[in-house]
Structures are given as structure tokens and as C-alpha cells.
Write a protein that binds this ligand. Structure first.
Ligand code: URA
Length: 440
């Protein structure tokens, strides 16, 4: 078999056989196929797409390119949750303990920030002492004892994806629905849970900017999961504005803990409850309504907070920083961004807002950049709010004075103020399951 023939077949719109797909993936991982041939192949897929069968086969090839995590040592049903990435999206910190408090196990491998979006691992590492680098035994033990454990991806999880993602990142082939689906689901299938709930973001801060594309991505991922024998569903949720009011690692832990303590912003609380309910439903805990009630009860009773505290302690984190989140890292400098005119906050370009927080030190400019855990943004106004001229729209946090100029400029660029009141956006646009797409 030759890579050249597989590339030409896909370029001409053909459907690849299982053997051809496995050959392309395994030969790329072993180094037999060079980057330039894989880049040409990925571009052919980008333009020609893949059939459901090709996508499912490629996902299995990516999942089996490295270790498959064995979670059989964890008692009960294991449910995973994955977000396609967003700004201010700290739902995992709430959803995982809520689901655990309702009797399912969440043993989850999470990622770091990518581009303008944040990552759960970076957020958790802002808790002093918290370790995301766990041995397999510890990962399983923490999940058995507390109901949840969250670790960084093990070194050999889906290595084909690691290599292909780096190549896609520099060859303009990231935003392809089948390639994103293969990348995400390859890692999820290798992570060993029984059920997978996907949070597919849509809007200006998401990979998929339109509802149509987000629904197509969700459908594709659900089909892959179900074909692999995992109960899989997706919620399509709004990322046309940041989620909650806090952006930045320690700031987001703080806001998530506020929700676990019964407060916090309503969008974050509502979405977290719906996601947790979706996980419970997949695990067979009842109807959608019953699962939502269970999730609400776990949050309102404080049982979810107890689970979170137990997990933080078991993974070496300082519990005191959760009991009193003022003890978490805080950047020493702050700068207010004020409105230049009166009106309604009409829109916040979420990607630009995420970039502003990266510029403050909350994300990485390069792979090697060190994070400033206390850096970030507190939004004082969200779309639909009225502002007076000179009123504070946001407070920026950083450790170096010189970071404020560009970040404040980017934040201003992100915010559109208008005399027109924006229409209220839905938080959740729809649900995709084996049964099909249900738009709300
Ligand atoms: N997240 C991933 O893991 N892969 C993609 O291709 C896009 C987002």
C-alpha cells in the first residue's frame, strides 16, 4: 500500500477502505509517512470530507494508536464529559462533582488551554498543591474514594492525534468537522468511560460559529461514540458570549466554587445543571426531568461541594483555598475598562475576549509560556446590560503593568455598545442523541 494512492483517492472524492485508513494512521505514527504526505492527506479530507464509516474507522485507528485507559477498577458507571472549548467555560469543575454526588463515577482526562480557550487542567493547577499528574492507580483510587478524579492526558493517549493536531494547526486544516470529530472522539474512546456527554459550543468564541455546523459536528461525534458501543449524547450550547463573569484560571475556580456554594451567575449554574443531568441520563439514572431534579438536589444540598473538596484534598490541593477562595492566587495589578459611550452591551466577541485574557497572562502565547494563575478578566457587564458613559465594563488583572495596554485594547475591540437592545440568546440550542437532533 502507498500513501500516495490513499491521498489521490481522497483527493478525487473516493471512499477509503478500513485497511487504507489504518495504514495512513499507523504509518504516520511510526514515522513511515512524512508530515508533507499527511498534510496533503488532511487537506484532501478537509475538502472532500469523510463518510460516517470512514470517520468511525479513523477514530478507532486514532484511539488505538496508543494506550487505552482501563477504568474497570472503578466501581459503577463511568461517565465522561467533554466541551469543544470556550471562554469562561469552567463547567467541568461543577458538573463532575454534581454527577459524582448523584452516584456516577467521573474519572476524567482533561486538557490545557488551547488558543483563546481555557483548559480544565490549567484551572485546577491554580489550586496550590493540586496534582493533575496521577499514576493510573491513584487516578482510579481517587475516583473510587471521592466519585471523581481529574488528570492531565497520559503521555501515550492517542499519539496519532497529538501528531496530527500539531500538523493541522499549521496547515489550516483544524476547522474540518470530520477531523475535529476524529480528534476529540479518538481521545474520548481511549479514555475508557462507559458514556460520553459532549458540550458542543456554538458562536463567536467556538470552533463552530454557526448552529448548523455545530449540529453537524455533534451528530458526527454522537454517531462515532454510539458505533463504538458508548452511550453518547451532545448538548449544543451558546459560546457567543463568555460563560459566567470570570475568565482566567484562579478566577474561574473561584466562580465555579461560588456555584458549588449555592451562588454564582445564573448562566453558569443553569448550564452546569443541564450538563450534569445529561450525564445522569446517559448513565440510566432516570428521565431528563428526574435527572435534572437529582442534579439540583446535589448542588443545593452542598453534597457536590463536599465531593469537590474531597477530590481536591485527594489530589494534594489546599482545601483552605476552596473554603476561602480569596486565598487563591490573585494578580497584584488591576485595571478598569470603562465604557466610552452610553448604551446597551450589544455583543461581546468571545474569541477577542479570550485573547485579551491570554494577553494578560492567563493563557499561553507559545507552548513554553508560563501561566499567571491570578491573571484574567472579571466582566461587570454582559450582553443586554445597560452602561453609562464612563461606567466600568470589566476589570483586568495582571502581574505586569505593560500587559494592560494591548489587553485593554483587545477587550474594547471585543465589546460592541449600541442603542439597540440585543435579543436574548438561548443558553442551550438543542440536544443530539442516537434518536436525532432536537432543537429547543
Ligand atoms: N479539540 C480537539 O481536541 N481537537 C480538535 O480538532 C479541535 C478541538
Amino acid at each position: 500500500m502507498r500513501a500516495y494512492d490513499c491521498i489521490a483517492k481522497k483527493r478525487d472524492g473516493g471512499e477509503l477502505t478500513e485497511e487504507e485508513i489504518h495504514y495512513m494512521i499507523s504509518s504516520y505514527v511510526s514515522g513511515k509517512i512524512p508530515d508533507y504526505q499527511m498534510a496533503a492527506f488532511l487537506m484532501a479530507v478537509y475538502f472532500r470530507g469523510m463518510t460516517d464509516r470512514e470517520t468511525a474507522v479513523m477514530t478507532q485507528a486514532v484511539a488505538h494508536s496508543g494506550d487505552i485507559v482501563d477504568l474497570s477498577g472503578i466501581q459503577g458507571i463511568k461517565v465522561d464529559k467533554h466541551s469543544t472549548g470556550g471562554v469562561g467555560d469552567k463547567t467541568t469543575l461543577i458538573v463532575a462533582p454534581v454527577a459524582a454526588a448523584c452516584g456516577v463515577k467521573v474519572a476524567k482526562m482533561s486538557g490545557r488551554g488551547l488558543g483563546h480557550t481555557g483548559g480544565t487542567i490549567d484551572k485546577l493547577e491554580s489550586i496550590p498543591g493540586f496534582s493533575t499528574s496521577l499514576s493510573k492507580e491513584k487516578f482510579i483510587d481517587v475516583a473510587n474514594r471521592t466519585g471523581l478524579s481529574i488528570a492531565g492526558q497520559s503521555g501515550n493517549l492517542a499519539p496519532a492525534d497529538k501528531k496530527m493536531y500539531a500538523l493541522r494547526d499549521v496547515t489550516a486544516t483544524v476547522d474540518s468537522i470530520p477531523l475535529i470529530a476524529v480528534s476529540i472522539m479518538g481521545k474520548k474512546l481511549a479514555s475508557g468511560s462507559d458514556c460520553i456527554l459532549l458540550d458542543v459550543k456554538t458562536g463567536s468564541g467556538a470552533f463552530m460559529k454557526t448552529l448548523e455546523d455545530s449540529a453537524a459536528l455533534a451528530r458526527c461525534m454522537v454517531a462515532i461514540g454510539e458505533a463504538a458501543g458508548k452511550r453518547t449524547a451532545a448538548l449544543i450550547t451558546n459560546m457567543d458570549e463568555p460563560l459566567g463573569n470570570y475568565i482566567g484560571n484562579a478566577l474561574e475556580v473561584k466562580e465555579a466554587v461560588e456555584v458549588l456554594k449555592g451562588g454564582g451567575p445564573s448562566d453558569l449554574r443553569q448550564l452546569s445543571l443541564r450538563l450534569a443531568a445529561g450525564m445522569l441520563e446517559l448513565a440510566g439514572k432516570g428521565s431528563a426531568e428526574e435527572c435534572l431534579k437529582q442534579a439540583e438536589e446535589a448542588l443545593n444540598s452542598g453534597r457536590a461541594l463536599e465531593r469537590f473538596l474531597a477530590m481536591v484534598k485527594a489530589q494534594g490541593g489546599d482545601e483552605e483555598c476552596i473554603l476561602d477562595t480569596d486565598k487563591l492566587s490573585a494578580a497584584p495589578l488591576r485595571r478598569e475598562v470603562k465604557a466610552e459611550k452610553e448604551g446597551y452591551i450589544f455583543h461581546i466577541d468571545t474569541e477577542k475576549c479570550g485573547i485579551a485574557s491570554v494577553l494578560l497572562g492567563a493563557g499561553r502565547e507559545t507552548k513554553e509560556s508560563a501561566l499567571d494563575y491570578g491573571a484574567g478578566i472579571i466582566l461587570k457587564k454582559k450582553p443586554g446590560d445597560r452602561v453609562a458613559r464612563g461606567e466600568v465594563m470589566a476589570v483586568l488583572f495582571a502581574s505586569k503593568e505593560e500587559l494592560f495596554h494591548d489587553a485593554a485594547e483587545k477587550f474594547r475591540e471585543a465589546v460592541e455598545i449600541s442603542e439597540e437592545r440585543p435579543k436574548t440568546e438561548k443558553l442551550i440550542f438543542g440536544k443530539v442523541s442516537q434518536e436525532g437532533v432536537e432543537l429547543f
